[in-house]
Design a protein around this ligand. Sequence first.
Ligand SMILES: O=C(O)CCC(=O)C(=O)O
Length: 265
Amino acid sequence: MHVVRILIWIIAKSDNLDHYFTIGADFMAMHDDPRALSDARPFDRRDGQLEALGRSESAAQVRDRIACYPGAVRMPANDVELYVVRNFLTLDECGALIALIDADRVPSPVVGDAAVSPHRTSETCYLYPGPAPVTAVETKLDQLTGLEPGYGEALQGQRYAVGQEFKPHHDYFDTAQPYWLDQVTMGGQRTWSAMTFLNEPEAGGRTNFPTAGLAIAPKAGNLVIWNNMDDCGAPNPGSLHQGMPVEQGVKYVLTKWYRERPWCQ
Ligand SMILES: O=C(O)CCC(=O)C(=O)O
């Protein structure tokens, strides 16, 4: 694995050294506006038409599967494929997961950003396989998506206190960024995102898709799942979304991101 990463690194650097340094300098600026995508694609390894075709074919299978899942509804939205599954988790399951999150939460990370990010001010708890509530939700996600469990990243629980938020962003990776050199060896693109609300804050905390024209209010047990790729399997800018600031109370969600290949940390 390490050898592969070093090889990709050497290829990328020797390909266009000037670009490498330019992108390094632009990196933080880009994070000030997560919607900005660089035009340059010097690190665009393993993200071509073949990969897009694979993602598109896999998405068709996931789509068929979700259509059969009880309570699943496709939301009318511009530019993004998004479903809500009502009562995906029971209130007891939500309560047990909240207890696990509260026991082990730390400031939320962002791939390629500082350890404590101004873009994501919540707290996160990684929920690795083992505890019964984690097994229960993993089993339901497997049934819902039909995706190989190994394609999913570890479950993450998030806790948002008043004022905390996740600013507008895409879950897919920008393959022009230096972090892609790592991510391409760790399972590649993020394809689907599955997020379950575990409770309801008194005010605020909607999950907003500004391009798609959709804002989803937290409802305990309801799952939102969306495809971060477009119909052709390419990263879809229409999947832009944010966790809006909590205005009153506290918000808990559970997030699962899927990769195009088996995920390895
Ligand atoms: O907490 C939310 O409402 C949004 C979470 C989110 O943006 C994500 O999981 O990528």
